[in-house]
Design a protein around this ligand. Sequence first.
Ligand SMILES: [Zn+2]
Length: 317
Amino acid sequence: MPEPENEKCIRLKIDCPPKKDGGLKEAEDRQREKQDMMNRKYPKQKIIIKGGKIKKEHNIKDKIKCVTYHIYWNSETEGKIEKHIPKQITEGFENKYQYIYHDKEGKEHEICTVDWHKTKEKNIGKKYEAKPTHKKIISDKNVVEGQTRKRVLYENGDIAEYGSNNGKTFWVLYTANSSEIELVKMPDELNYSNSINVKYDFSNTQRRYTSPGSLAGFIGALAENNLKLTTTGSCFVSASCFPSQEHVNGKSIDTLYLDNINEQKFIDAMHKFNFNKQITGKDKKRFNNATPEQRGTLHNSHLHSGFNESSIKEVKK
Ligand SMILES: [Zn+2]
């Protein structure tokens, strides 16, 4: 006996009875077309876990559950950021954060998914002329990472870094606290373009880690004016940040200046997305929303923006 049309509809999960002329065949074709389109748009992704073993295939759009930062356009002056934590996380995504931007029209943009890790929280760095020897040294290496040329690790978790800035060489010691913080690895560049732009690249730095919230705020600010920025980074993998003393724990991001008109737009956008401490150089004009009392020569080459991590609302699903 042929399968009754209404039962077939239920089995195929299509409108029942089919709404358009052409009956079940047309509805079935439409369903297949839709599925083909979804498969092209969101191809199945192989999840590779430690050791290179292929674990599972997922359809990205439908099945992955990952902690996600939602960044909202919200209003002209207020950007809202929420961290959504699902009850269960898809295997292979435990150490990933996804970033989704919601534009003026309420359209969602999947900007990136990045890895996160924990490291010991560091205190603001202190400058030294000679290598600090206050604790037992467990590693002392030459490195070429942006302006950093030496890195010393101490047994208690402290880090000292050596290099040059503005023609002067010096050491900075970052002492470690017992508490741990999270850092994310920033994508080496973003080139997202789909009615909004989220675009940046790096210049002369390996400080490519930042706090999870700073990355969310930065994405919001980039999307605000569709401006492409060049960043000189945030912090290193263990939360140190030579030549800066301030960038510990990825709480700040540096960017190269744009022209004065666009720079003001970008400063306002960063301010909107909770970068509430922005420092410019004394040779630059006085920008609105930048901290006036700290204008020095250090920031003649770049804007410094410090993020307020407590502005992020956590939502448990
Ligand atoms: Zn800075």
